[in-house]
Design a protein around this ligand. Structure first.
Ligand code: PMP
Length: 411
């Protein structure tokens, strides 16, 4: 074999896709938010005091109790498992999906390592380079990164308090756009907090049927409504829906266990894609969640507790923001974890406020990373979820100080 004279630099070997979805914005913002002494209103991080620690410890004890022998529950929880997930958990996810949308059996369910993996598997399975993906503008950044890295051309669709403007989507479709998939966060959208209205769900489903795209419904916040309830999935109106059912915000994110429901034509391909990536989701976490979700008492009680906790934190935050930050305008969130705010004073933009806020020891997320075509320079996202009362008061007064400093510095 003839040796290569000038071996290529390692950097030149990278696949083209490595350059497509890359955004340092989130890593930078989250790293800054994690710095010592910084109060974080930045990440979509659930309240640590909401995790069902005692209940998980009980489930762990039960799994390991007296069953070291082959066939015992401990051994099952530590062994390889099927790529699509352990049967009891798939059945429980199917039941949960059926209670919040159309009836599905476990054959259309798979367990993924978080909904983030579900998004990636959907993109890998449906998107070739140059295919169109329609999505809200602004959108969840993790989804934007996945679709970009899959080579998609993004088709941003504006939204309002009722979620995606499906009338605008329809105009684009009539003008010739042919997205393979349309991505929505149907409840308490990240970052805008919007809930996709019933009328728009029907419209979106009708468009999916007419133009032949797949709806990807990514719904981590649907169970966190503290005003009103959740609306049925669009899958009651169309068979072209993939549902991503994260458990990160309702149980805990660290186990990396989520549900995915897909049309029969897609589920096998999604499972094949997952098999290439990680063979299966961690078995132990699946058994723990099967124990919790299989307990008829657990989820209703736990969700009621979360709604009370987050509803209380949102109201307390609203009061502080209205009292101390009159230059912020926002709709009161009806669920989820975020305030999506507009800066009403033209003298300070969200990037400058972000930098000054960090200098004062409070982290926020400026609007730009979420926005595709929209102007993100005057919007920002604040999470109310993980700070307790004293931290929240301190965080808001640091934001007020950051504003004064930004004004004084003339940026
Ligand atoms: N989708 C949205 C809209 C999210 O906000 C998040 C987490 N912040 C995810 C997906 C990822 O969820 P998971 O932890 O289940 O991967």
């Amino acid at each position: 074999m003839t040796p290569v004279q000038q071996p290529p630099a390692i950097g030149s070997l990278l696949a083209r896709r490595t350059g497509w979805g890359r955004s340092d914005a989130v890593s930078r913002i989250l790293a800054a938010a994690a710095a010592p002494g910084v109060l974080s209103m930045a990440g979509g991080i659930p309240a640590p005091d909401s995790f069902p620690v005692a209940r998980l410890a009980e489930a762990t004890d039960r799994l390991f109790a007296g069953s070291a022998g082959s066939g015992g529950s401990a051994v099952r929880a530590l062994q390889y498992a099927p790529t699509d997930g352990i049967a009891p958990l798939r059945e429980l996810i199917a039941a949960r999906a059926s209670a919040t949308g159309s009836t599905v059996g476990p054959d259309r369910v798979m367990v993924t390592a978080g909904s983030q993996q579900g998004l990636d598997l959907v993109a890998q399975t449906l998107i070739d380079e140059g295919d169109e993906v329609a999505l809200d503008d602004p959108s969840y950044l993790g989804a934007v990164q996945v679709f970009r890295r899959a080579g998609a051309r993004l088709l941003p669709v504006p939204g309002d308090a009722e979620g995606m403007r499906t009338d605008v989507l329809e105009q684009r479709l009539l003008a010739g756009a042919r997205p393979k998939l349309v991505y929505v966060v149907p409840h308490f959208h990240n970052p805008t907090g919007a809930v996709l209205s019933e009328e728009r769900r029907r419209h979106l489903a009708a468009l999916a049927e007419r133009f032949g795209f797949v709806i990807v419904e990514d719904d981590p916040y649907g169970d966190l409504a503290f005003e009103g309830g959740r609306l049925p999935s669009t899958d009651v109106h169309s068979g072209r829906v993939v549902r991503l059912m994260s458990l990160s915000k309702t149980v805990c994110p660290g186990l990396r266990v989520a549900g995915l429901v897909a049309p029969a034509e897609l589920i096998g391909e999604l499972v094949a894609a997952k098999q290439c990536g990680d063979l299966q989701t961690n078995t132990f976490g699946q058994y723990l969640l099967a124990d919790l979700l299989g307990d008829p008492e657990f989820l209703p009680t736990h969700l009621a507790g979360l709604r009370t906790l987050y509803g209380g934190r949102a109201r307390a935050m609203e009061t502080l923001l209205r009292e101390q930050l009159p230059w912020l305008d926002f709709e009161r969130p009806r669920g989820g974890l975020f305030f999506w705010c507009r800066l009403t004073d033209p003298r300070v933009g969200s990037d400058a406020l972000y930098a000054h806020a960090l200098a004062q020891g409070v982290a926020i997320v400026p609007g730009t990373p979420f926005c595709i075509d929209e102007d993100g320079s005057r919007v920002l996202r604040l999470s109310f979820a993980s700070l307790d009362g004293a931290q929240r008061r301190e965080g808001v007064s640091r934001l007020a100080a950051a504003w004064e400093k930004a004004l004084a510095d003339g940026v």
